[in-house]
Design a protein around this ligand. Structure first.
Ligand SMILES: [Zn+2]
Length: 122
């Protein structure tokens, strides 16, 4: 018996605003509705949100969300998988690179200062 129905939109802007291409055959992916009944006492319940505004539902809940499917090769991707493939999270390594350059400059300056101090002592 179903106790509730939960729609969750994983990043609706990402899903609907951009046309996503299949990494295998470059066809435009279509969005498909995926649903799953999850029991709040089952081990997989930790991956799902059983809070409906201010109440928590116990028992079987039907979760409905969107995923991508290729009409050509039938490949299937979750939103997170496709984001990874498309490199949507590329911003963070860029920041790390910048930080590395800053660290390099700071260490260089410290090195030069130490050399200067040594030469002054001599
Ligand atoms: Zn494909």
């Amino acid at each position: 018996m179903l106790h509730g129905r939960q729609y969750f939109n994983n990043d609706i802007k990402y899903v609907s605003m951009t046309r996503h291409k299949c990494p295998h055959c470059a066809n435009i992916l279509k969005t498909v509705k995926v649903s799953k009944v999850v029991n709040s006492n089952s081990p997989e319940a930790k991956d799902f949100d059983f809070d409906f505004s201010d109440i928590t539902i116990k028992g079987d809940v039907k979760f409905i969300w969107k995923e991508f499917e290729c009409p050509e090769c039938r490949a299937h991707f979750t939103v997170d998988e496709l984001k990874k493939i498309e490199g949507v999270y590329i911003e963070s390594p860029k920041v790390d690179k910048k930080q590395n350059i800053i660290n390099y400059i700071i260490f260089s300056i410290i090195g030069i200062l130490i050399l200067l101090i040594i030469s002054f002592i001599k």
